[in-house]
Every structure is written in structure tokens, then in C-alpha cells.
Write a new protein. Structure first.
Lengths: 329, 331, 453
């Protein structure tokens, strides 16, 4: 069903490329660290990881302004980091600590940093779509050219909220960008088994909005496509739909090896298209970074994550008296 | 203070009008609320006065426009979605329960969700089982939501104005039978009514009758019938379910020793159950008889009038329950 | 069907009784209401009437034997009917009924068993149970009129008021028959001289007294200069309670002068704001209730009450406020005053006062007080001693706040002063214990800030 759109790659300046790379490294390192933290029993609950998908959140968010908003999904750590979220309060939140982004009340699936325009990761599949539409509604009302991005997966495209908001967004020309991060599996089932029709771009077009389909492991392609849609939205021309094909290396959550419903070959095939490795090649080829620079950035990110784990483990749990706080404003 | 008589719908409309004028971030959205003026005439004239950007006709997409409202609330607006028939609120349940009610909590207090869901309730119009239900109890069950159930034009206006200034999601239930039928005095002057403050609609000493929304009216009529028998009934209207003024209920029952709770929602796990528990706990040592619960019968609401009226409380049923509570008590 | 004759409960504190004499022989026929036997309680000897008509078929308890209240002591059968074949063990039969009465220790566990023992088998509303605890009556003895025979609140009130009347009657040592006759003839038993054994008033005494009164009424008109004024119920209760308190409880009094400068300043500073914010008018009584509540919490012994052979430890700090009303003295109660803010106390006090003045106090407004404050300051009284409000062990009498000489750091200055007098039941509290309580109260009144600590 993939019919990749032809997108002219935009010219990206050196600093932006380095920052893109940095955020992708952070996002990858965060997932690998959480995997370890989870396995050591240092965090409660479940952990839904997105290693392998880094090009989508980073490519999209790097095309946004600080005042643009995003809503994220249960597999949302990359979106938070892509939009500028800090790994230290993220790690503490994952561990349920008082120093976490949400003071331990949100957890692994619900990290938010409203100041950065992150209106929260959402545990309901498609749950962020309505909120993103509302943010777009406010943005249009404000008239400052702000846009709203709804991240969701291939599972959420079959939820009614997508169609209901798409209808209104087109009708009212809301500055909303739907980003479908198709990692091929809706929980434990290949999306092809669950999706009728001619693909998601066709669905978007049927609703009356343009859609683009890109290689979600190519950060520059994602970035370029997003910029086009963002500019369209800022001009007041309404919503659009970006479909990014990518792959999660792990299972649905830590504890699911993800090998029962996916073949080794399929996983290896996607690993050969790893978004970070691919981007490193581009960076070196274009002379943006040297292999030494890359080595150094890796090591810095690893140290930062190690320190975040240490800080998170040493941080206090929230006082139980906080349990009744924030129910009402 | 000068007052005039307004219908319930006019009082609602006036609150919306005043608050739209006061707060530029406030906007109404829903099905036929704009140019048509609302199926129940609660937004009549507002579209003309405030324009299509503030009184918005939506597609018939309850989940969609309620979800959109939640996001708008999180980003600084105060949306007022209207759920035409409260029965349709089921379509928007995820947005209200999983999104609006929890966003502040899950983000550790980073956002406010100022949103006022207006929904109808109430049977008695032969509208059948999908247009007659009263689902206020569901929302009173959800932490993070406030629930308002006004019974008079005066209360409706004052409480709605409070809701429209609340930084929290509020589900505001209006009994559609009252819109045109119930009239009452409403001051010309600006006023609001705080949440969590029950209103003693009638003072009495022999029995406490708790009623909310439209049920207050048959309950007051029942109190009048009881007075003729020499029974002095106190009628308490909690007005808001969340927050709930437990104190007033308990104090009244401590005085009277007995209670009948009247509600148009279902008894089973419903408002009558919760209020009975509050009273049984808070006034245990003062109860002289078990608390009586008079809710809707636990059946889907039927169409045929004699069947329909069998399922909902009325004066006669209330009086019967009072007699049951007072059996063997000297008056 | 045989009718059980049981050892009757004749007074609130009676737990067991001794058969003095059977006035009928076994197999003798008796009419309902005819004297059947005499019993002796811890207070007196009483003639017991036959509970029904028939033959005294069986005497189970012989003269001189003591059995618990409620025990079957004999059977009455219809003429010709067979007597009860099996003989129940009297004490066994008595157990449920006397459960409450026999368990009188001061421990809270024992109090709990009071609450949940016997009444558990009786169908009674929570309100009725609460009143039964308060009046210390046995629910098992009360006939319920609620659904399925449930004892409801007014059944207990009715029963308790009858029990109090019965107790009063017993104090003047009168036979039940004489009591009935007295009621029928409207004879005041306190005016009747008893000629029975040990000064017992008999039926003959009552009838004679009635005749004399009738003769006197015609012969000696008017007997006195002035006229007799009938007592209101409230006056009658006051007279009875105060007499029994003053004669029954050994009183002692502690007196103290309080430097009220800070209290007066605090009240002045809060008065306006409390009015605006909470809509209450703060009075000195409100402060007194608040500080008494705090001091009582620290001195739970003051909450104890005399129970004849033990002490009741009361828990809830329910403070009564003596109020003057058109109907006479009443003492409505602010319940759990230690849990209330000053504004809440003030609001409650104002409500009670309003209802008291209107004569609309509810029974529960007067219930369960453990301590009383009586304030005559508003009548310009500097200082007085109060009579204990039974069964409470202490009452605080408050005089007016007035400028008086105060010696401070060697200087005589004028300062608003208040006098307090604490009346104490010496059976419950000794001087030192009461003094410590009063000392802490004075501490709060003189340093209201301290109450915040």
C-alpha cells in the first residue's frame, strides 16, 4: 500500500541537521535506557518503546515552531524529545518520581510538557486527535500562524475520532497536521489485516485534504514533507495528512519480544534501514559531522542518560498527600 | 432587586448570553445551536449576536466536537459543547471521561480544562428509550468532573454562570421537560450561585425529601400534600452532585430522622444510592427508618405514556414513600 | 397460655431484686392488678401487681432469693390450664434482658457492650438506639410501633419519660396501686403522709388525702395569701433535677479571676471580619465554648459521670449552654465543640439560641451534653456558683467582664477581668484534677494565641 510521494528535499542548515541528529540519538538512547531500567525493575507499569522510529517524531517536530503544539501517543517518548523535552524529568516520570514532568501522576504513557507545546501523550489510541483538533481550533482563533500536530499510529486511523475531526478540520480550515506513524503493527497484528481501501492518503483525500506518504526512516524526507504541510496550514489552507512508514524494533511493550508475529527477516530488513545509521551517513557525506564528532555525541548522550537514571533513582517519590492534588483546578 | 419571570430555557439562554459577552474565549458549539437557535431554543439569537465563530454549528459528531472542545479548553478557550439529547453523550464518553476529566491530573497540574458540557435529561415526552434518559450519575462517578443539576430558572442561571467561569470540566444537566414548562423569578441583576451549596427549597421537621433537577417540583407538590396531613416535609435540592453538600443533607436528616431521595436517574448504583449512603453514614444515629430511594424504575424508558409515567417518580409515589418512612412514628 | 411473672425493673439503675414475700399462695386465683408479691430493690420495697388474671400456678423464686431483672419468678395460668411443665433456669432466662444493666464498668469496651449487647436482638432504628444509650434504658423493654415492631425514636422518649416518672414515684415510696389511685384522683404524692410499713404510702393514704384536700378546698379558702401557679413542664424538670443534683452530688467550687485583656482584644479584632466573612456575631460565650472544648480534650476526666458503682467515661465534647427563655431555663448543646471552628460554634450557638427563644428546640438539641457553661455576665452578675447539671461532673459559671484593678509588675492597673466559678462533683473529680482543668482553661482565655498551638 506504500506509494511514496515525490517530495523535494528542502535545504537544511548545518545546525538544524546536528540538532536533528542529537534528538534522534537522545530518543534512541532514551528507549534503550528505559528498556534496561524496566528490566532491572527500577520502574513500575509497562514501557512502550519506539526505537527504530526516531526519524518521524524528530523530522516532524524540527519543522515546528516552539509555540506549535503536538499530541502524542502511548508510544510517545520520541515525540517529547523531538519537541524539545528533557530526558531527565522524562526518566523521573517513567520511574514515578516527584521530579518527573507530571510529578509521577502521568507515567510512561502520559508525559507532557505544556510549556513546550506538548499537550500530552495519550493512553487511548486516537485519544490525542480530538485534543490536537481543539488546539488547531484555538490556533486559528488566535490568528498567529500557530499549527497543531496530531501524532498517531496505524491503529488510530480506524478510530471514529479521526474522521469526525477530519471533517470539521477541512470544513473549518483548521491548521492541523495529522501524522500517521505507521510502524506496520497495530499492537500484535499487521496493519494490512485491519485496513481496508487504498491506503491512508486515499482516505485523507476522500475527506478533502491532501496527503503525503514518506519513508519514515528518512528524517530529511519527513522534515521536508512536514514543512510543506505546516506552511500550508500557516497560510490558512487547512489540514493535511502525513503518512510515515517506519518500524519499531521491539515488541508492543517491554516484555513482548515482538518476534512471534513478526519474522526475523522482517526485523532485520528494517534494521538495515535504520534511520540513525542512514542519517549518520548523510551527515558524514555532506561534511556536517566527522566520525569523531559522531562518536563524541554518542558518548555524551549515553553519559547524560546514565546520569538521568541515577538522578531518577535518587529522586523521591511524590508524597502521598499529593494524591488529591490536581483533580480540580 | 428587580425580578421577572423567565422560563428555564430563557434563564439558560440569558446566562450564555451574559457570559459570551463577558468572556471572549467562551464559545458554544453543537448540533443546530447556531442559526437554528438550538432544538430547545437555549441559544436563540446568540448566533445573530455573536456570530458563527462563537456559536458554532457542528456536524453530528459528538465525539469529534467534544474532543475538539477538550483540546480548545487545554489551549486557553472555554468551549461550551451542547449535547442535544443527553442520551447522545455516550458517543462522546471517551472525550469526557478519559480526556477532559484526567488531563489536569495526568499532567501533574500543567493544564486546566475549562469546559462546560451542557446536556439534557428527563423523561415524560414519549421520546422513547434513546431520547429520555438521565445520565447525571455516570459523570458524578468520575473524578475530575463537576456535575450540576439545577431545578429552577433562578438556579439554572446562577449555576450556569458559575460553570462558565469554572477552570474545570463541568457537566451541566438540564431537564428538557422544564425548558418551557417551568417558570420562575430571575433577578435582572448579575448573580452567580456557588457549587456545593444545597438549597433548602422548603423547611420542615418531620421528614427530609431530597430531590434534584425537575424532581424538585413533584417533590414540592408532595410536600404540600403532606402538609395537609400534618406532616412537615423539608425539601432539599443539592443543586450540584460534584461537589456535594453533604453537610446540609446530614443536618436535615439529623433533625427529621428520615429521608426519601427522589431522582429521575436509575436507582441501581445511582444518585439515590450515593445520597442514601451519605445520609446513612453521616446521620446514622439519627435515622428512625431506612432511607427510601425513589428513582426511575430499572427498565429502558418506554414510549407509551402509561408505561413511561410508571417508570418515573411523581407526587403520589413520593407521598407513599414518605408514609412508609413515617410508619409507626408519632406525628 | 401461661403468663410469665418476671422480676421487674423498677428503676433506671436496678439490676437485680429480692422477693420479699408472695402475697398469694400457689394455685390461688388472682385478678389483674391485684397485689401479687413484694420485692426489694437496692432502693426500696415495692408491691408488684399481677400482670394478668388467672391462677398463680407456680412460684419459682422463694422469699429471700435474689434474681436478676427480667428473670421469670413464677407463672400465672388460666383456671384449669396445666402449669408450665419445665422449669426454666431463672438466671438464664434473665440473661438477655439484664445484659445492659449488669455491665457497668467504666471501660470503653464495656460501654460498647452496653451499646451492642442486648439491643442487637431488638429491632430498633439507629435513632432509637442512640436515645436508649443516652437515657440508659433497655431497648428490650420497649414496645416498638415501627414497621415489624421496630422500636422508633418516640417509643424510647415515651418510655424514658415514664421511667423517670416511675423513679420519682419510687422516691416517695409508694405502692403501684396507690400511685395509680393518686394519678386518678390528681393527688400530689409528695404531700401525702404514708402510714404503711416504713412510711409507705398506701392506697388508703391517697384516698384519705384526696378527701382531706376536697374538704380543705371548701373549708379553707383561700389557704394562703396569693395563688398557686401551676408548674410548666420545664419548671418541673428544673426543680426535680436541681433538687436531686444539689442533694445527691457533693459539690465543691473553684473560683478564679481571669485577665481578659487579650480575649477582649481578640474578640474586637475578629468581630467585624467574622461578621463579613462568616456572617456570625462572635460572643464571649463562643470563645468560652471553644476554649472549654480544648481544655476538656486535655482533661477527659472532667467528662466522666457518676454511675453509682462506677464512672462513665464520656467521649464526645458536647458543651451545653444555659439559656434563659420565655419558657424558662434550657441548656441546648453544641455537639463535638472541639471539632468546630469558632465561626461554626458561633453559628450553632446563634441557631440554638434562636430556636430556644422561639421554644422550638428539638430533642437532639438538648441531648448528650457532658459539660455546661452558664453565663450571667449579660445580667451584670460579677460572680456566682452554679448547681451541677446532672449527670455531668462539672459546670462553669461565668460572670461579667468588668474593669477591675489588676496588679502587674508591681503596678495597679485597670484591666477587663472576668470571674469564673467551676462547680464540681466530688464523687467524680478531686480538687487537684479540677484545678488543673480550670488552670488550662484560664491559660487559653488569658493567652488566646496559645489555643492556636
Amino acid at each position: 500500500m506504500e506509494r511514496l510521494s515525490q517530495i523535494a528535499e528542502v535545504v537544511v542548515d548545518r545546525d538544524t541537521m546536528i540538532e536533528m541528529y542529537h534528538r534522534m540519538l537522545l530518543a534512541r538512547a532514551f528507549e534503550e535506557t528505559v528498556f534496561d531500567v524496566y528490566r532491572r525493575g527500577w520502574m513500575p507499569g509497562l514501557a512502550h518503546l519506539a526505537d527504530g522510529q526516531e526519524a518521524v517524531p524528530v523530522g516532524v517536530c524540527m519543522a515546528l515552531r516552539p509555540d506549535d503544539t503536538i499530541t502524542s501517543t502511548h508510544r510517545g517518548h520520541g515525540h517529547i524529545i523531538g519537541k524539545g523535552g528533557q530526558v531527565e524529568p522524562m526518566m523521573a516520570e517513567v520511574m514515578g518520581k516527584a521530579t518527573g514532568y507530571c510529578r509521577g501522576k502521568g507515567g510512561e504513557m502520559h508525559i507532557a510538557d505544556v510549556k513546550l507545546g506538548i499537550l500530552g501523550a495519550n493512553g487511548i489510541v486516537g485519544g490525542g486527535i480530538g485534543i490536537a483538533a481543539g488546539s488547531a481550533f484555538t490556533a486559528k482563533r488566535e490568528g498567529k500562524g500557530r499549527v497543531s500536530v496530531a501524532f498517531f499510529g496505524d491503529g488510530a486511523i480506524n478510530q471514529g475520532i479521526w474522521y469526525e475531526t477530519a471533517n470539521m478540520a477541512v470544513l473549518w480550515k483548521l491548521p492541523l497536521i495529522y501524522v500517521c506513524e505507521n510502524n506496520q503493527y497495530t499492537e500484535y497484528t499487521n496493519y494490512r489485516k485491519l485496513q481496508a481501501g487504498e491506503g491512508l492518503v486515499a482516505r485523507a483525500e476522500a475527506m478533502g485534504m491532501p496527503g503525503l506518504e514518506v519513508d519514515g526512516n528518512d528524517v530529511l524526507a519527513v522534515y521536508s514533507a512536514t514543512l510543506e504541510m505546516v506552511e500550508r496550514a500557516r497560510r490558512g489552507e487547512g489540514p493535511s495528512m502525513l503518512v510515515c512508514h517506519t518500524f519499531r524494533y521491539g515488541g508492543h511493550h517491554v516484555g513482548d519480544p515482538g518476534t512471534k508475529y513478526r519474522t526475523k527477516e522482517e526485523i532485520e530488513e528494517w534494521k538495515a534501514k535504520d534511520p540513525i545509521v542512514r542519517f549518520e551517513k548523510v551527515l558524514v557525506e555532506r561534511g556536517v559531522l566527522s566520525p569523531g564528532d559522531i562518536e563524541e555525541m554518542h558518548s555524551k548522550v549515553e553519559k547524560r542518560l546514565a546520569a538521568a537514571v541515577e538522578a531518577g533513582r535518587n529522586a523521591p517519590y511524590p508524597d502521598v498527600s499529593e494524591v488529591t492534588e490536581h483533580v480540580y483546578a | 432587586m428587580s425580578t421577572r419571570e423567565l422560563t428555564f430555557a430563557q434563564a439558560i439562554r440569558e446566562a450564555l448570553d451574559e457570559e459570551l459577552a463577558r468572556d471572549p474565549n467562551l464559545f458554544i458549539l453543537g448540533e443546530d445551536v447556531g442559526a437554528w437557535g438550538g432544538v430547545f431554543r437555549c441559544t436563540e439569537g446568540l448566533y445573530e449576536k455573536y456570530g458563527p465563530d462563537r456559536v458554532i454549528d457542528t456536524p453530528l459528531s459528538e465525539e469529534g466536537f467534544v474532543g475538539l472542545a477538550v483540546g480548545a479548553a487545554m489551549t486557553g478557550m472555554h468551549p461550551v459543547p451542547e449535547i442535544m439529547f443527553g442520551d447522545f453523550i455516550t458517543l462522546a464518553m471517551d472525550q469526557i471521561v478519559n480526556q477532559a476529566a484526567k488531563m489536569r491530573y495526568m499532567t501533574g497540574g500543567q493544564v486546566k480544562v475549562p469546559i462546560t458540557f451542557r446536556a439534557t435529561m428527563g423523561a415524560g415526552r414519549s421520546s422513547g428509550a434513546q431520547h429520555s434518559q438521565s445520565w447525571h450519575a455516570w459523570f458524578a462517578h468520575v473524578p475530575g468532573l463537576k456535575v450540576v443539576v439545577p431545578s429552577t430558572p433562578y438556579d439554572a442561571k446562577g449555576l450556569l454562570k458559575t460553570a462558565l467561569r469554572e477552570p474545570n470540566p463541568v457537566v451541566f444537566f438540564e431537564d428538557k421537560v422544564m425548558y418551557a414548562k417551568i417558570k420562575g423569578p430571575v433577578p435582572e441583576e448579575e448573580y452567580t450561585i456557588p457549587f456545593g451549596k444545597a438549597d433548602i427549597k422548603r423547611e420542615g421537621s418531620d421528614i427530609t425529601l431530597v430531590a434534584l433537577s425537575r424532581m424538585v417540583h413533584p417533590t414540592l407538590a408532595a410536600a404540600e400534600m403532606l402538609a395537609k396531613e400534618g406532616i412537615s416535609a423539608e425539601v432539599i435540592d443539592p443543586r450540584t452532585l460534584t461537589p456535594l453538600d453533604e453537610e446540609t443533607l446530614i443536618q436535615s436528616v439529623c433533625k427529621t430522622g428520615g429521608a426519601v431521595i427522589v431522582d429521575e436517574g436509575y436507582n441501581r448504583f445511582g444518585v439515590t444510592a450515593e445520597l442514601a449512603a451519605v445520609i446513612a453514614y453521616g446521620a446514622f444515629d439519627y435515622l428512625d427508618a431506612p432511607v427510601e430511594r425513589l428513582g426511575a424504575m430499572d427498565v429502558p424508558i418506554p414510549f407509551s405514556p402509561p408505561l413511561e409515567f410508571t417508570t418515573i417518580p411523581d407526587e403520589q409515589k413520593i407521598v407513599e414513600r414518605v408514609h412508609k418512612v413515617l410508619e409507626g412514628r408519632r406525628r | 397460655m401461661a403468663v410469665e411473672i418476671v422480676m421487674p425493673r423498677m428503676g433506671l439503675t436496678m439490676e437485680e431484686g429480692t422477693v420479699v414475700a408472695w402475697l398469694k399462695q400457689e394455685n390461688q386465683t388472682v385478678a389483674k392488678g391485684e397485689p401479687l408479691l413484694e420485692i426489694e430493690t437496692d432502693k426500696s420495697t415495692v408491691e408488684i401487681e399481677s400482670p394478668g388474671e388467672g391462677v398463680l400456678s407456680q412460684i419459682l423464686v422463694k422469699p429471700g432469693e435474689t434474681v436478676p431483672v427480667g428473670a421469670v419468678i413464677g407463672y400465672l395460668t388460666a383456671p384449669g390450664e396445666k402449669p408450665q411443665s419445665s422449669t426454666p433456669e431463672p438466671t438464664q432466662a434473665a440473661a438477655p434482658a439484664s445484659n445492659y444493666a449488669t455491665d457497668r464498668s467504666v471501660s470503653s469496651a464495656a460501654l460498647k457492650s452496653d451499646l451492642s449487647g442486648a439491643p442487637a436482638k431488638v429491632k430498633a432504628s439507629p435513632a432509637a438506639r442512640r436515645l436508649a444509650r443516652q437515657y440508659r434504658v433497655n431497648l428490650a423493654e420497649i414496645v416498638g410501633t415501627g414497621p415489624g415492631g421496630r422500636v422508633v425514636a418516640w417509643n424510647v422518649r415515651e418510655f424514658a419519660s415514664q421511667a423517670i416518672d416511675a423513679q420519682q414515684a419510687q422516691l416517695v415510696r409508694v405502692s403501684p396501686v396507690a400511685q395509680k389511685v393518686a394519678a386518678d384522683l390528681s393527688v400530689d404524692l409528695s404531700q401525702v403522709k404514708g402510714t404503711g410499713p416504713g412510711g409507705w404510702i398506701t392506697r388508703t393514704d391517697v384516698e384519705r388525702s384526696a378527701r382531706e384536700a376536697a374538704v380543705g378546698a371548701t373549708a379553707m379558702q383561700p389557704p394562703l395569701i396569693g395563688e398557686k401557679i401551676a408548674l410548666t413542664r420545664q419548671q418541673k424538670i428544673m426543680a426535680e433535677r436541681m433538687t436531686s443534683s444539689f442533694q445527691g452530688a457533693p459539690h465543691f467550687y473553684l473560683h478564679v479571676e481571669v485577665d481578659a485583656r487579650r480575649l477582649a482584644a481578640l474578640r474586637d479584632s475578629l468581630l467585624k471580619r467574622a461578621k463579613e466573612r462568616f456572617g456570625v456575631h462572635l460572643t464571649y460565650s463562643d470563645f468560652l465554648v471553644k476554649y472549654c472544648a480544648l481544655a476538656l480534650r486535655q482533661h477527659p476526666k472532667v467528662l466522666q459521670q457518676w454511675a453509682g458503682d462506677g464512672l462513665f467515661q464520656m467521649r464526645n465534647i458536647n458543651i451545653g449552654l444555659a439559656m434563659d427563655t420565655p419558657q424558662g431555663l434550657v441548656v441546648p448543646v453544641i455537639h463535638d465543640a472541639d471539632q468546630l471552628s469558632l465561626a461554626e460554634i458561633s453559628r450553632r450557638r446563634a441557631e440554638l439560641s434562636e430556636r430556644a427563644q422561639a421554644g422550638k428546640l428539638l430533642p437532639q438539641d438538648l441531648e448528650l451534653g457532658v459539660f455546661t457553661i452558664t453565663n450571667l455576665g449579660m445580667f451584670g452578675i460579677d460572680y456566682f456558683d452554679a448547681i451541677l447539671n446532672p449527670p455531668q461532673a462539672a459546670i462553669l459559671a461565668v460572670g461579667r467582664i468588668k474593669e477591675r484593678a489588676l496588679v502587674e509588675a508591681g503596678q495597679v492597673i485597670a484591666a477587663p477581668m472576668m470571674t469564673l466559678s467551676l462547680s464540681v462533683d466530688h464523687r467524680v473529680l478531686d480538687g487537684a484534677t479540677a484545678a488543673k482543668f480550670l488552670g488550662d482553661l484560664v491559660e487559653y482565655l488569658e493567652n488566646p494565641d496559645f489555643a492556636q498551638v
